[in-house]
Design a protein around this ligand. Structure first.
Ligand SMILES: C[S@@+](CC[C@H](N)C(=O)[O-])C[C@H]1O[C@@H](n2cnc3c(N)ncnc32)[C@H](O)[C@@H]1O
Length: 337
């Protein structure tokens, strides 16, 4: 095969030049003699590269380099069809030290290889496969342990917020990070906020880290509230967030507090809680309402109907994330006078 022969003292400069021009063959080892270095080439350098240079191209043998794969695709090459690889990449969630993958039925036989590759390339501690959709009142899913340790508690970092959780016991999606930032940026100091379905508290924590506010953070899942309490300590936010365990309707009953802002991230059934949210929203307050786009009702119409004779000003409508092909998790920010 062809190589470039250069005096030893020029070897490094030549290597960089070949790398820069993408003609150094990385699958073979560089060879050295007493006075010269031989660099394996992918192709003969073109006339433009040869200009002003007296490069000595020689025919010689090179030893094959045993290098480790540089990407998950490379590692799984030949085992997984290319189009399936694209789907796998899209289904990847990294939550702290935990990787969660969606592996289709057709790749059942390859699941261990895929999980080992994911473990290796993410350098995380555990790999799980989604075993179901998120379901039930706590919005958790079944997870199948595939590689690394079977340790599902972890600390996730999101824009500097530390979020401790157990992926098996509570809902958490790293794909909502941008949404949390969007909401946080709308908040002003001094607000009284209700996070109706707080989970382990990612919205509440993000807001309270950036603003002097008071947040009532409610969740029906005791595990979620326990982690929220630990997250308050981790982020030193005990003064700004009040964790409350129970059904938000029960908790608000008889409470005559009115909030400046209400966050309603329970997209499957938020409509059912809209009257409660509006009842506890100050005139001029903002509701962040989430809904799945497959639902036949238009979320804006839902808010207008529930607001009755209060004036509704739609501030923004966003597609937050894709949930299934053709279905979106949609957000509506609405000011209710
Ligand atoms: C989609 S998760 C959202 C959690 C959190 N906001 C987040 O972004 O990670 C919805 C949460 O609502 C809680 N939940 C469901 N029904 C509830 C209710 N009636 N009252 C309070 N919390 C409820 C579930 O336990 C779950 O943690």
């Amino acid at each position: 095969m062809i190589g470039l022969k250069v005096p030893r003292k020029e070897a490094n400069q030549a290597r960089l030049f070949l790398l820069e021009n993408k003609i150094l063959n990385l699958d073979f080892k560089i060879k050295r003699s007493l006075d010269y270095v031989y660099l394996p080439l992918l192709e003969k350098p073109g006339k433009d590269l040869m200009r002003d240079r007296s490069l000595q191209i020689v025919e010689t043998e090179f030893e094959e380099a045993k290098r480790s794969p540089r990407s998950m695709e490379e590692y799984l090459k030949g085992q997984i069809p290319a189009e399936k690889m694209e789907d796998l990449k899209k289904s990847f969630d990294i939550i702290g030290e935990v990787v969660i993958l969606e592996i289709p039925e057709e790749l059942e036989g390859e699941k261990k290889a895929i999980a080992e590759a994911a473990l290796k390339f993410t350098k995380r501690r555990a790999v799980y496969r989604k075993g179901s959709e998120v379901k039930g009142i706590t919005r958790t899913r079944e997870l199948e342990h595939l590689a690394g340790e079977d340790h599902s508690e972890t600390i996730h970092q999101e824009f500097g917020t530390r979020i401790m959780l157990d992926v098996k016991k509570v809902y958490f999606s790293p794909r909502l990070a941008t949404e949390r930032k969007i909401i946080t940026d709308q908040v002003e100091d001094g607000e009284l906020i209700l996070d109706m379905f707080t989970g382990v508290g990612p919205f509440a924590l993000s807001i309270a880290r950036h603003h002097e506010v008071e947040v009532y953070a409610v969740d029906i899942n005791p595990e979620a509230i326990n982690y929220l309490k630990r997250n308050l300590e981790l982020n030193k936010l005990q003064e700004r967030i009040i964790p409350l365990e129970g059904d938000v309707k029960d908790i608000l009953e008889g409470m005559d507090l009115k909030f400046d802002r209400v966050i309603m991230n329970l997209p499957g059934s938020a409509l059912e809680f809209l009257p409660t949210a509006l009842e506890h929203l100050k005139p001029g307050g903002v509701v962040h309402y989430y809904q799945f786009s497959r639902d036949t009702d238009d979320p804006v119409e839902n808010i207008k109907n529930m607001a009755k004779d209060r004036r509704v000003e739609i501030l923004e409508i966003r597609k937050v994330k894709s949930t299934k092909p053709g279905e979106w998790h949609v957000a509506v920010d609405a000011k209710i006078n």
